[in-house]
Design a protein around this ligand. Structure first.
Ligand code: GDP
Ligand code: IMO
Ligand code: MG
Length: 448
């Protein structure tokens, strides 16, 4: 059985945790899009790890992990992650493979990401993670990107040099356009002086990366199809979430890839016919990090100080796993969930962080929106419209007791069970997993 797991909201739904749980039934775990903008937390055997590029299945011995062609892979971040794994006793070599077709995120993409964001006016900033994701995908589509397969060729470093020189020309223009107060951009790991990068320094950095990563690079398409022919089970790990999808999300406040389930085929080389099951990971409330509309938003660290939202942020430890930025929080939005169900074809929900809701006397669920005086139950296409909608809420009683120690779904407090049932009813699909704490053990497996 081949499963695609996707984020249903704006990312950080707990995908890393659920992938780790589902890996026990998989042979292969494949990342199919995004890059080190992702931060997937796995807490297992008392250790917390945040995975950015390596599939979250790596912690299970004997499982093969693949970074698929749809990913934009930052070689320097991957080396750091591999070394970090090694330091904690997990050896990726022999179990981790990167597709020859995977595009690379280079230091100059990170510089462009910073420079482009600095050139955007207030209100137009995306609040990117600064990881070079947008520029790397832009290079892919412009057909100037470097792929992992290029690392294996003799002229790789020459190509890097050409790209640095080309980027320096663009950075010069972006410097003139910047509207930010800061007059410099910085990227950890290299020197940028007056918006210019040193080609010799960058080439030397990638020479080392080339040596370290070459053994992991392989054509992964035949590997996956061989696995399939042998009846092995493949788990596809989405990053980000449906509302950050370049096509279906709150454009332009989105990432530059397709986190939705359709992206899993494009990003791996499996065909749509190979997918048996889609799991949508969804939090029992909503969060977002970065800019863009968020209809049920209650709290953000800048100007909305609602107490319920603050409680969600505190109890849910809602800070970016990598960037440490505070996440915005709000009530569960069933319009988003229904939309995610349709676009991804969610068979089963993995509902996470129910335990965060243990302390609320009353809990609201957004069931529809009001747009310019009219009730709508679909997702508007434009971010401006979504910014104008008012959520229409239904209210339920909270259960006011701890759920994180429960081991069987039957033991949930009746009001908690009613909340879960209502979310599933409003969202379509079926409940597959209920997560009631960050650790591997705090998981009720209902149908998966
Ligand atoms: P991802 O990007 O979707 O993998 O999610 P993140 O790892 O960025 O954020 C999810 C956060 O919630 C992490 O800190 C997890 O350890 C934590 N988490 C996951 N599931 C649960 C849960 O059911 N309850 C609680 N309290 N925390 C959870
Ligand atoms: P995981 O996989 C939450 C957001 C950024 C920004 C927008 C564009 O951990 O769920 P980018 O750097 O991708 O160009 O930024 O997307 N974003 C995420 N938000 N979780 C993520 O990943 C995210 N990856 C990107 O905050 O709003
Ligand atoms: Mg995350």
């Amino acid at each position: 059985m081949n499963t695609v797991l996707i984020g249903s909201q704006w990312g950080d739904e707990g995908k890393g945790k659920i992938i780790d749980v589902l890996t026990d039934k998989a042979d292969f775990v494949v990342r199919y899009q995004g890059g080190s903008n992702a931060g997937h937390t796995v807490i297992a055997e008392g250790k917390k790890r945040v995975l950015r590029l390596i599939p979250s299945g790596i912690l299970h011995e004997g499982k093969t992990c693949i970074i698929g062609n749809g990913v934009v892979m930052n070689p320097l971040d991957l080396i750091e992650e591999i070394e970090g794994m090694r330091a904690t006793g997990v050896e990726p070599k022999g179990r981790l493979f990167i597709s020859t077709r995977t595009q690379m995120v280079m230091l100059y993409h990170r510089a462009l990401d910073k420079a482009e964001e600095a050139a955007r006016a207030k209100g137009k900033k995306i609040g990117t993670t600064g990881r070079g994701i947008g520029p790397a995908y832009a290079a892919k589509v412009s057909r100037t990107g470097l792929r992992c397969g290029d690392m294996l060729a003799a002229n790789f470093l020459e190509k890097v040099r050409e790209q640095v020189e080309e980027t320096n020309r663009r950075l010069k223009m972006l410097k003139a356009e910047r509207v930010d107060e800061g007059d410099q951009i910085e990227v950890p790991g290299c020197t940028i002086k007056d918006y210019q990068m040193d080609a010799d320094e960058i080439v030397a950095i990638y020479k080392v990366a080339q040596e370290k990563l070459s053994p992991y690079i392989k054509d992964t398409v035949p590997m996956l199809h061989k696995a399939k022919a042998e009846g092995k089970s493949i788990l596809m790990e989405g990053a980000q979430g449906t509302m950050l999808d370049i096509d279906f999300g709150t454009y332009p406040f989105v990432t530059s890839s397709n986190p939705t389930s359709g992206g899993a085929c494009i990003g791996s080389g499996l065909s749509p016919r190979d997918i048996d099951c889609v799991v949508g990971v969804i939090k029992a409330y909503t969060t977002r990090v970065g800019e863009g509309p968020f209809p049920t938003e209650l709290y953000n660290a800048v100007d909305m100080m609602d107490e319920d939202g603050k409680t969600m942020a505190e109890r849910g430890h809602e800070f970016g796993a990598v960037t440490k930025r505070p996440r915005r929080t709000g009530w569960y939005d069933a319009v988003i969930a229904r939309y995610a169900q349709q676009i991804n074809g969610v068979d089963y929900w993995a509902l996470t962080k129910l335990d965060v809701m243990d302390v609320f006397e009353k809990i609201k669920i957004c069931v529809a929106y009001e747009l310019d005086g009219e009730r709508i139950d679909y997702m508007p296409t434009s971010a401006d419209e979504l910014a104008r909608v008012k959520p229409i809420y239904e209210e339920m009683d909270g259960w006011m007791c701890e759920t994180s120690n429960i081991t069987r779904i039957e033991d949930l407090p009746p009001k908690a069970k009613a909340y879960v049932d209502r979310l599933v009813e409003l969202s379509g699909g079926k409940l597959g997993i209920l997560s009631i704490g960050p650790a591997r053990e705090s998981t009720l497996r209902i149908a998966l």
